[in-house]
Every structure is written in C-alpha cells, then in structure tokens.
Design a protein around this ligand. Structure first.
Ligand code: PEP
Ligand code: MG
Length: 578
C-alpha cells in the first residue's frame, strides 16, 4: 500500500513516529430510528444502562483529572454527573421513548431542548452549564450508539501517541495526560492559534490545519508526524520511517549544538545589543525557560491559569503561580499580562457563546466588566512583585479609557492590600500591548500614560488584515510581512523612541528568523520569544548587521505586497548568513 502525505501547517517543530489517538469530541449524528410499541421496555432498559455506565465513567475520569490537574478542574465532572442523575431529565427522555423514539434519538432531542433552554437563560449560572450539557450529550450518545470511547482525558498509558483531532481547545489540552502524548495534529488552527502556542510551550511537535485528517485515520495506526515540515504521513513505508528517524536524529543534534549559544550575548555583527526575553505560558515552564539564555520574561500569559477550569483561581493560588515565575528569573524583568481570556481561550463552560469571539468579550474588556476578578488578579500581582522586577501589562487596549480604568483598579487593589497589612509593591510599572490598529494610531496619546509597549503581532495582524488568526482556511492570508502591518509596527517603534518608551515584540513574529530580521531593521531592540527559540535567535542576531536589516526593512516598508516584502528580506538575510 502506498503512503499518503497530508499537508498542514507546522505549529511546533519536531519529528515523531507513533500510534494515532483519535479524539472525536463532537456530538455524533443520530439516525432517526423509531421503535415498535413492544420494544419500549427494552429501550428504557438500554437508556438506563447507558446512563449508569456514563456516571461510572465520569467517576473514573474525575479521579484521573484530579490527579492530573487538581481538585478545581475535576469538580466539573461532578456537575456532569448531577445532570445525568437529574430526575426531570430522565423522566422527559423516558416520555419521548414511550412515544416510540429510539433511546438515542429521545436523548438527543431532549438534550437539544435543554441546551437551547439553558443558552437562552437570563441566569449566567445556567448559561455556563451549556458546555457541560454538550459533554454529557456526547458521552451518553456515544454509549447508546456503540461508538468508540473518545474520552479526551483518557489516553492509553505508556504509549507515545499522536493525538489527532478536529480542534484541540486549550481546556482540552490542559486536561490531557502529557506523559502519553508525543505530538498533536489538528484539522483546525494556524501557527498563531493558541493550541499552537501552547504546544510550543510544552515543547510538543504539532501540525495544525490538516483539513479532513480525522476521516482518513483510525486509532492505533502508525503515522509520522513531521511537524518541522508541517505534514502527517499516513501508512508510511519502511523507507519513509527510516528517513523520518534519521531526520529526527539530525534535528536533535542540531538543537544540542545550538543550545551552546545560550550563554552568548545577543549582539549583532555591528555591535547593536538586542534584549532577548521569553514568553512563558505556564508557571511550570518558568524554571526551564530561565536557563534558555534569555534575560527575563517579555510575556507571561496568565490566562492559562484559568482556561480549562470550572472556577477562577483565588488570590493565593495566583500569588503562588506568579511568585514561582518571578523567583525563577531572579531579579530579571518579568512582564506579566493580566487575563486575556476569551477569543479562543476559554474556561470550561464559563463564557456565553459569541458569534465573533475575537471581536467579543475578551481580555481587558472582561477584566473591566468583572472588577472583582480583575482586582483579585491585581492584588496577587502586587504581592508577588515584592520578589523581583515585575511589570504589569494590559492586553487588547483600544482606548485610553481602558488604561485609566485599569489604573484605578490597580490603585484599589493596592489600598485593599494596605488595609490588610500584607506586603506588596505599590510602584509596579503598567504597560500595554499594542495589538489593535486603534492602539497604534493613538499610540502617541497612550505613550503619555503608560510605562512600556509590547507589540502583540498575532492579534495586530489579525485585526489589521481582518484575517481570523485561528482559521486554517485563511492561513496563507495571514501575512505578518504585509506592508500595512510593517508600517504599523514601524510607527509604534517611532512613537516609542519619541517618548523614550521601551517597545518590545512578543507575538510569534519575534520567534521567526526572517521576521525578527525585519523587526530589528524597524528599530526594535527587545524581542520576546518561545524559550526553545532563544538559541536560534541568538544565532540570527549574531549573524546579521543591524544596518543591513534597517536597509532591508526600509525596502520592505515600501514593497507593494507581503510577497514582495518577504522576497526582499529573504534575499538580504540569506546574504547576511551566507
Ligand atoms: C499577540 O497577540 O501577539 C500576543 C502575544 O498575545 P496572544 O497571542 O496571547 O493573543
Ligand atoms: Mg494577543
């Protein structure tokens, strides 16, 4: 049999060979089956046995989740058990079966009614349960339809499986037993979707945007995930397997050789110093990131403390998490961003469904509308700040009002700590992310009231080009080198210089050699990258002249298209590194 190579997008490099673990966590299609009057009793029996098995299963899933992720995350499964055990739900499904509907059909119809009823509720608590209802619907229907068990937190122990799924949400990613996964392959997503970012943080090879992959694979079959090239090879031949293993070996040796650069300075061939910082997504990553050769943290994404959880972490838990990162970096600058929840980063069932989540109730908007949540985070940050050089950063700013309101809440948080007599630092610098065209256009005004800027190119590209950053179908249109994006970055850097404000870049652009070359050319001197990219970036920085990068960037700014800009930059960078 010949092999089949499915093309995707490289989200996190690495080459692995392993068995597929297919995760189909979607509501299955239910055939419209009717039953005879004489079959009603048996069908009721089938329903009850499926419900009992679902409850049993949830108990074991809960146990495992508690071990993997802690009691707060595991509590979500209690809610799902109580839904299945709800007497009214059971009565309603039984009634529909008595009208000669097959058990799966009856359950599906009633769950649809319930989901709709909950989604329309004026009570937030009820709306928050819609996600749980969907999970229960999938679990029970899978049992009634005899479908394979696709439990998202149940990977076979000891296997280094390649997880293949339509779209892995951050909440699912956090529930997975990471010791059992060697790589991730998804149909949806792009390089800048948060699954990709998380996979890079965890150092897991990942290919995204593999349209239709799940329909071409079965669990257990052996595949090659070549996340460096961005492909998934199905039914690989012996020769392909050998070749993949050889390339994986070469990659590992190259990475080891590059790691020696960790201790070198990031200074260009013509003597310009570049400050290289790291992005930290999970507190557990901090210790490893601190030895990557970076000079501090340019972005800590705190929302990963929230996604995948049923409840918000309290002040003490957050304080511990922030303190862990700050202490790992011993006196180096640590920029901690306030919750950027929303968009494609959601807690379990905790947010109302929105038709346009990236234009929706996200980031600073949620924080300002929920001041209790925000002040709790700010108190935790001010307390943790006594341990090092902390700076607080606000995401998705579009107006000065947001900065002023946030500053007011920061002052409230400090007062609350003072009243309690808890140690905290009052003078923590407050900076903002520049990730909307509105922020760039008004950057001169914003610059007067904040301590620093950090350009979030993932969102800046998305909002400038009107291209959804997570939509695999639009991946080729997500072009960070589009002259419009380069001009916005250039303008931000100029305003930073005029106001004596540090401007960094913490989006994915900073981790890509060609784009980092362009950024240095535009005058940026601080880049915050994934920990694994630090040695590679040092190699690039040390191999180029800032003056050449500046000429190339100037030409790229005037190029008519992203393609032309890329051509110019690629030519100059190749000549530099030759
Ligand atoms: C960005 O938008 O570039 C960024 C760094 O933030 P996030 O990817 O978390 O939205
Ligand atoms: Mg962003």
């Amino acid at each position: 049999m010949t092999s089949l190579t499915l093309p995707g997008i490289s989200a996190s490099p690495g080459i692995v060979v392993g068995p597929v673990h297919l995760l189909k966590w979607v509501v299955p299609d239910v055939p419209p089956r009717m039953i005879a009057e004489s079959a009603v009793a048996a069908e009721l029996g089938r329903l009850h046995s499926a419900l009992d098995r679902a409850v049993e299963r949830l108990h074991s899933v809960r146990e495992r989740a508690e071990k993997n992720a802690g009691p707060a995350e595991a509590a979500i499964f209690d809610v799902q058990v109580s839904i299945i055990e709800d007497a009214e739900l059971r009565r309603r499904v039984e009634d529909v079966i008595r009208q000669n509907f097959a058990a799966e059909r009856a359950f599906d119809v009633v769950m649809l009614e319930w989901r709709e009823h909950f989604a329309r509720s004026t009570h937030e608590m009820m709306r928050e349960r819609v996600g749980d209802l969907t999970d229960v619907q999938i679990r029970v229907l899978s049992l009634l339809l005899d479908l394979p068990d696709y439990d998202p937190v149940d990977l076979p122990k000891g296997t280094h499986a390649i997880l293949v799924t339509h779209d892995l949400t951050p909440s699912l990613t956090l529930q997975l037993d990471r010791d059992c996964i060697a790589g991730i392959a998804t149909e949806a997503g792009t390089r800048t979707s948060h699954v990709a970012i998380l996979a890079r943080s965890l150092g897991l090879p990942a290919v995204v945007g593999l349209l239709d992959a799940t329909s071409q694979l079965t669990s257990g079959e052996r595949v090659i995930l070549d996340a460096t090239a961005g492909v998934l090879v199905v039914r690989p031949t012996e020769a392909e397997l050998k070749d993949a293993e050889a390339r994986a070996h070469v990659e590992r040796s190259e990475e080891k050789a590059l790691a020696r650069l960790a201790g070198e300075e990031a200074i260009t061939a013509d003597g310009v110093r570049i400050q290289l910082l790291v992005n930290v997504d999970l507190p557990e990553e901090a210790a490893g990131a601190a030895t990557s050769g970076a000079e501090g943290v340019g972005l800590m994404r705190t929302e990963f403390l929230v996604v995948g959880r049923a409840t918000m972490p309290d002040e003490e838990e957050q304080y511990q998490a922030y303190a862990k990162v700050i202490k790992a970096f011993e006196g180096q600058p640590v920029v901690i961003r306030t919750f950027d929840v929303g968009g494609d980063k959601l807690p379990i069932g905790g947010f109302p469904h929105e038709p346009n989540p990236f234009l929706g109730w996200r980031a600073i908007r949620m924080c300002l509308d929920e001041p209790e949540i925000f002040r709790t985070q700010l108190r935790a940050l001010l307390r943790a700040a006594v341990h090092g050089d902390v700076r607080i950063m606000l995401p998705l700013i579009v107006t000065l009002d947001e900065v002023r309101e946030a500053r007011g809440l920061l002052a409230d948080a400090a007062r609350e700590l003072a009243v309690r007599g808890v140690p905290y630092r009052a003078d923590v610098p407050l900076g903002i992310m520049i990730e909307t065209p509105a922020a760039v256009i008004t950057a001169d005004t914003l610059a007067k009231e904040v301590a620093f800027f950090s350009i979030g190119t993932n969102d800046l590209v998305q909002y400038t080009l009107a291209v959804d950053r997570g939509n695999a179908r639009l991946a080729t249109r997500f072009t960070p080198l589009h002259p419009a994006v380069l001009r916005l970055i250039n303008r931000t850097a100029e305003i930073g210089r005029e106001h004596g404000l540090n401007v960094s870049v913490c989006g994915e652009m900073a981790s890509e050699p060609l784009m980092a070359f362009a950024l240095i050319g535009l005058g940026l001197r601080t880049l915050s990258v994934a920990p694994r990219s630090v040695p590679r970036m040092k190699q690039i920085v040390r191999g180029i002249h800032a003056s050449v990068a500046a000429e190339a960037a100037k030409a790229a700014l005037d190029a008519g298209t992203a393609f032309a800009a890329e051509f110019i930059l690629r030519e100059r960078l190749s000549a530099e590194l030759a």
